[in-house]
Design a protein around this ligand. Structure first.
Ligand SMILES: Nc1nc2c(c(=O)[nH]1)N[C@H]1C(S)=C(S)[C@@H](COP(=O)(O)O)O[C@H]1N2
Ligand SMILES: [Mo]
Length: 198
């Protein structure tokens, strides 16, 4: 079942959609800090762990049976490429958080292969983030994060963890892989928050 909720964005000049210091690219670069992990679908799972140690768990079948959306969004990598109108299919974090009882403010995303990234819980909610498993009408390719990745297009693309495995909800912020290595803790491309101190 598809939830149609993305409004028509109207005609906007493409340079109005380019954050400061970014250039447009037509291809889809691959940026991975390590090798591509291969996760068989019968062993894949996605979890949300709350600050009270309640674990919500979906296997692949359960996950892909959830109501999905097909967001078309612009993405912005901190290495200065941006790509407009990328089209995805996936589950809104609002759907995944429906039965999650939590007052935590911070989320640490973790991936198969060990990558992590942190962001405020509110940046995952209200139609701002998805766990996507299709890109441009096809299964999400392994090098782009398949079987499934986080998509948080309003933040620099390093926050969109590939090969996502779960979300840990926490009362305190905990920096992830690039955030520990000097990248900005929040990463808003419109405020050019590339590195710590920006
Ligand atoms: N698990 C994992 N997720 C990741 C990364 C990574 O190295 N490992 N790189 C991040 C960075 S820096 C970017 S720009 C995007 C790149 O996604 P792409 O390879 O699909 O373009 O993934 C992000 N998510
Ligand atoms: Mo990146």
């Amino acid at each position: 079942m598809e939830i149609i909720s993305r409004g028509f964005r109207g005609k906007q000049r493409s340079d109005d959609r380019l954050p400061p210091g970014q250039y447009l690219t037509e291809d889809f670069p691959v940026l991975s800090a390590g090798p591509t992990p291969h996760v068989p679908l019968d062993r894949w799972e996605f979890t949300i762990d709350t600050e009270a140690d309640q674990v919500h768990r979906w296997n692949w079948q359960e996950f892909t049976a959830l109501p999905y959306e097909t967001p078309t969004v612009d993405i912005h990598c901190v290495t200065t490429w941006s790509k407009l109108d990328t089209s995805w299919q996936g589950i809104s974090l609002d759907v995944l958080f429906e039965n999650v009882d939590s007052a935590a403010e911070f989320a640490l995303i973790h991936s198969y292969g060990g990558y992590t990234t942190n962001l405020p819980v509110e940046d995952l909610l209200d139609g701002k983030a998805w766990i996507v498993y299709r890109y441009d009408g096809e299964e999400l390719a392994p090098q782009h994060g398949g079987p499934a990745r986080l998509l948080v297009p309003h933040l620099y693309f390093w926050k969109s963890a590939k090969w996502v495995r779960g979300i840990r909800l926490m009362d305190q912020d905990w920096p992830g892989f690039w955030e520990t290595a000097g990248y900005h803790n929040y990463g808003d491309p419109w405020r050019e928050q590339r590195y710590e101190g920006d």
